[in-house]
Design a protein. Sequence first.
Lengths: 86, 86
Amino acid sequence: MLDEKKKDEFKAKFGKQLGKIKNDKKLTFRNIAKNCDLDSSFISKIEKGTENITLETILNLLYGLNVQPGELFDFCIELNKDDIRK
Amino acid sequence: MLDEKKKDEFKAKFGKQLGKIKNDKKLTFRNIAKNCDLDSSFISKIEKGTENITLETILNLLYGLNVQPGELFDFCIELNKDDIRK
DNA sequence: ATTATTGTGGTAATATAATACCACGTTTTT
DNA sequence: AAAAACGTGGTATTATATTACCACAATAAT
């Protein structure tokens, strides 16, 4: 149901959104890192879309970026059109 | 900077949001599970807030719930008021 | 022209997430 | 009243996320 491609796409979109916020706020990786106890190179990899991070790390990012969850996840994915649900 | 309490709160809020969507759509755990290749007991634990899930599992949930990322993360956290940033 | 900062890839060790079960008491349906 | 479906806690194994580094080329600031 969920192939590697879709997973990779999701991580890539998440990373892209992270990068967008980072650039909008004129932050650097080391800058964010200082505010959320994460290694800057790790954040760089997240932005690249190569990491499958957890909720706790997401929370760290929210603090580092100073944004709400909805802001970091403000992007769309493809959902099954044939999947009927209310 | 991020203590266990804040992490637990975040997971709890996420679980609550999952539960809200599940109830709104009148879905069951086994129901969601069938649509996203996850074990129903695992989803139950996520709703309880005891699991630190990854982006890939989040994607599974999005498919299982048939919602967009922003919908699942439509809740607020406390951010540092003294943390000045643009 | 020098210095400082930035993004980035690599890595080894440790911690922990994911998976796939079972079992059971409690509703809900039939 | 019987059967089916539900939420839920437990668990052992396997896979992988996290952490904390280093190093370096490219860019920006002094």
